[in-house]
Design a binder for this molecule. Structure first.
Ligand SMILES: NC(=O)c1ccc[n+]([C@@H]2O[C@H](COP(=O)([O-])OP(=O)(O)OC[C@H]3O[C@@H](n4cnc5c(N)ncnc54)[C@H](O)[C@@H]3O)[C@@H](O)[C@H]2O)c1
Length: 255
């Protein structure tokens, strides 16, 4: 049995907890969430009073499903031997933080897992990165799913166009898929991001266009909006990534 902790108990955190409740392989032993009402039905033994408490518990894996700021606060204080799976990976657009984290993880023999989350094709980007010339990603969401409430946006509008580096700092909760594509491929500065608000859609649409030596790829991924910032595919995708990381089963392993 592997023990995991959840940092964040919102839409995805709750989904993962429910999915793992009857698991014979994985047990949720710790949950940190700043809004105490969200965890009041949980066994008080597993509720952590703060991030230090979560970071100090003996866990095999901590799954971050909260916010980019939480990753920055949590990772430096983890004292257990836990690996970490990060959903809010826009925080990795900060080059100093990214380098420090990579260094610390390597020093401590720890892994920081970056799940594919809402997008597909990261394996191909990663494997082909020495061949890539251009990578761009365009995301179209309803304004509310981009954190814009009481929207004055009445028709489809380009909100941002520029480097993924800049997109991550302007939209930290909304472009984790851009961060993932940058991390797998050409990096944050060289990856091109476009963010479009469309009040007439209930879908989250990502288009990834890649040109390289001997290759042209065009990936379109669409899922229905489920949480405020999250599409319907993502919780299941993170759950399956978690099982792949932690499973001790042997047999076929898709890589
Ligand atoms: N990698 C991906 O493809 C992908 C896809 C969708 C969402 N995400 C990210 O996963 C995370 C969780 O998504 P969700 O749909 O469960 O969100 P959510 O808003 O439903 O839940 C987040 C939870 O974290 C808590 N939290 C703790 N510190 C916070 C802070 N500083 N700011 C905001 N919330 C804080 C909130 O109280 C909330 O309960 C978000 O950061 C989201 O951007 C990643």
């Amino acid at each position: 049995m592997k023990n995991i902790g959840l940092a964040g108990f919102g839409f995805i955190g709750k989904f993962l907890y429910e999915r793992l409740k009857d698991s014979k392989e994985v047990s949720v032993k710790a949950v940190w969430e700043p809004i105490s009402e969200k965890t009041e039905d949980l066994d008080s033994q597993i509720v952590c009073k703060d991030l230090e408490d979560l970071g100090s518990r003996p866990l095999d894996l901590i799954v971050e499903v909260a916010h980019a700021d939480v990753v920055k606060a949590l990772l430096p204080i983890i004292t257990s031997d836990a690996d970490v799976m990060v959903a809010s990976m826009t925080c990795l657009s900060d080059p100093d933080f990214r380098k420090q984290l990579e260094h610390d993880a390597a020093q401590n023999g720890r892994n920081i897992f970056l799940p594919h989350g809402a997008v597909l094709g990261l394996d191909g980007l990663r494997d082909g990165r020495s061949l890539l010339d251009n990578v761009s990603i365009t995301t179209t969401k309803h304004p509310q799913n981009l954190g814009i409430t009481n929207s004055q946006i009445k028709k489809r509008e380009i909100l941002f166009e520029g480097s993924t580096q800049e997109a991550c700092s302007q939209f930290p909760r909304n472009v984790n898929v851009h961060a993932a594509v940058a991390l797998a491929g050409l990096g944050f500065e060289a990856t091109h991001s476009v963010i479009i608000a469309d009040p007439n859609t209930n879908k989250m649409h990502h288009r990834i266009v890649v040109h390289g030596r001997g290759l042209n790829w065009n990936l379109e991924i669409e899922s229905f909006s489920a949480g405020e910032v999250t599409g319907s595919y993502t919780p299941e995708s993170l759950y399956q990534s978690l099982l792949t990381i932690i499973s001790e089963n042997h047999g076929f392993c898709i890589v």
